[in-house]
Design a binder for this molecule. Structure first.
Ligand code: NAG
Length: 245
């Protein structure tokens, strides 16, 4: 979900005069005393294009954003949920509250809120919920409201044959999920009564489940963002895309 901002961030860093760089990317200069503001303006310019994605730059569509797999509870004896083929709607409505750019250290700090995300996908749950074993598979639908991500993205410069390229090395993401609603549908081999009971448990203990799920979502989303961000920047020279002056 928070990939949005980093994709965009990455992009706007890419803004330049080079023939390689598309004109819908607005230039921000390293020496700009208000470079964060420049980047935020560039994000607004590019936002409409993000819905469908930008194929030539390897940017996936945000409406919907596809998450192939998300394992929640790995390593826990009592709770394991494998979610696959998740479509997330609402990612392009991100609101940026804070953006700080430290040019010398290539550190980007950002806080983003997503007012409403709607998700659907496939679940495979194996859990012991309140002493009752629950196993089932099928489709799920969920809504999450007021999700806030606070992230620190670290970059470094690699130099090869005199050409500098930006590479992102690390992303720390902290996620707060305001609230959610979930509906599991019962699949072919599952007992509808048990699925209904599971729905009640998931929806009545939202704080507990947010606490269980958040670290797994943070890890998965961070991996996605780093991969996408690096796919994008590897196409460009640093001095072209984020010029000093
Ligand atoms: C999510 O919200 C939409 C309307 O905003 C509603 O139609 C849908 O039933 C909700 N889904 C869940 C799982 O709560």
């Amino acid at each position: 979900m928070f990939s949005t901002v980093f994709i965009v961030l990455t992009f706007t860093i890419l803004s330049c005069l080079s023939a390689n760089i598309p004109n819908y990317i607005h230039i921000c200069k390293r020496s700009d005393p208000d470079v964060a503001k420049c980047i935020m303006n560039s994000i607004e310019v590019i936002r409409p294009r993000l819905k469908k994605g930008i194929t030539e730059l390897g940017v996936p569509a945000l409406e919907p954003l596809r998450i192939h797999d998300l394992d929640i509870g790995r390593g826990s004896p009592n709770f394991k949920a494998d979610l696959t083929n998740i479509d997330v709607f609402g990612s392009s409505d991100f609101q940026i509250h804070k953006l700080k750019v430290n040019v010398p250290t290539l550190t980007f700090r950002v806080q983003v809120t997503l007012p409403l995300l709607r998700l659907s996908g496939h679940y495979d749950v194996n859990a012991r919920i309140l002493v009752v074993p629950f196993k089932g598979q099928g489709k799920f639908h969920a809504n999450a409201t007021q999700c806030t991500g606070t992230a620190v993205l670290k970059g470094s410069l690699n130099e090869q044959n005199g050409v500098k390229r930006l590479h992102f090395t690390k992303l720390d993401l902290k996620l707060q999920i305001g609230d959610y609603n979930i509906k599991l549908e019962s699949g072919a081999n599952s007992d509808p009564i048990i699925i209904q009971a599971a729905n009640d448990v998931f929806n009545q203990n939202r704080k507990d489940f947010i606490e269980i799920a958040a670290p797994f979502i943070e890890t998965r989303v961070s991996e996605m963002i780093l991969e996408i961000a690096n796919d994008i920047v590897k196409n460009f020279e640093y001095d072209e895309v984020f010029p000093e002056k």
